[in-house]
Design a protein around this ligand. Sequence first.
Ligand SMILES: [Zn+2]
Length: 474
Amino acid sequence: MRVKLTARWVVGFEGGSHVVFEQGCVVIEGGRVLHVGRGFEGEVAEVVAYGEAVICPGFVDLDALSDLDTTILGYDNGPAWKKGRVWPESYVAVGPREMYSVEELAFQKRFAFAQLIRNGITTALPIASLFYREWGETIAEFDAAATAAEELGLRVYLGPAYRTGGQVTDDSGNIRAVYDEERGLKGLDEAVAFADRIDGMAGGRIRAMFAPDRIETCTETLLQRTHAIAAEMGAPVRQHCCQSPVELRLVAEQHGTTPIDWLARIGALGSNWLLPHGTHASDRDLALMAEHGATLVHCPLVSARHGGMLRSFPKVRAQGINIGLGTDTWPPDMLLNMQLGMMMARMVEGIDAIRSEEMFDAATLGGARALGRDDLGRLAPGARADITVVDLSRTLQVPDPVQTLMTSASARDVRDVWIDGRRVMTDGAIPGFDETVEMTRAQAQFDHVIAQYPDRTTGHPPVSEIFSASYRRA
Ligand SMILES: [Zn+2]
């Protein structure tokens, strides 16, 4: 069945680059794009006319928020080690525990996936915190995640996070690394079995990925094995690194070098490696990323909230490094991340440093390239029909729709989303997902995990001391 989508603006793809059609159309058939252009002469079964809107390729989110984001709790509450984001020795001594039930873990994945769709994200590589976990992510919650992705229609790369180590802090904030390699390697074995089982599910919409946790929680053996297995499967590996001074110190203490240099030395770096966040990458780290064809995953919002920034998007691009984007934090608003990413690059390098199309490329083509997919991130004949429609009828437009997205739109303007040719959101509504009911449940679950913070916060103060108030409660 052919469906024709029309709108004032269509971002298509020709000759290796996005192109803009005014009064354009996209024709989809059997999950793929059949035609993009000014008009279409052939027969269609249905026409969806979006009017004053832009039809874009769906966004590719390489660090896609997939839990109820606890990092926002740290916004006005630091330092992290004092506020429940580094396990105190006393918590480790009594045995870390899961702070969510199996059902709650499944719920938050489904909730998060719906939010990604709500924000115009069509391909997602989920990320979640491990601070409230007993150790790594579980197969059970990823089976539930696969079910949720299948039901909601999201395109995903799935793999539970695993690790061979972690950090503990004493009461003075002295953070040190601790290891349990056997446990981590078992986590990798389970991740491999999961990957074999789910890769290609849902007509190819569900693929496998490997997610070793932050670099300072991984041993050499874990990363080398991950690299070998992922390379053989052709699956992406996402490795958080170059994102904090504590990480740089721990990696230097253990391996005598910088994070990317260490990955390169142990032979665990390649073009399928996706590396958030790069805010603390050295020039040599960046040169090695370029040499190995790795992707830098840029998440402007989460970095900025913590006072960090990539220095800089133009500099990284000029080195030939592929850049993809990630949301990573609440709200998973890709438009906001693009807008902030542009401002951030201009704060570092000046106003001429970056243009709208370069950031739009990162959210679409950069993500697709990171995944080795030339059928994603673009609207061209033969590409998967992954489409985001942003309503522009309620905002002031500049003459170019991509520039309008960067200056005038927000995620709330995302109107419709199509993935693999299936309409997964219509006028902001996602079939099978009652936003009011699900939001109420999410808030209750979030409140429940907040209530458990004293258990894993150094000195075990009450919640009211961990999380400060803005003004006095009157
Ligand atoms: Zn991240």
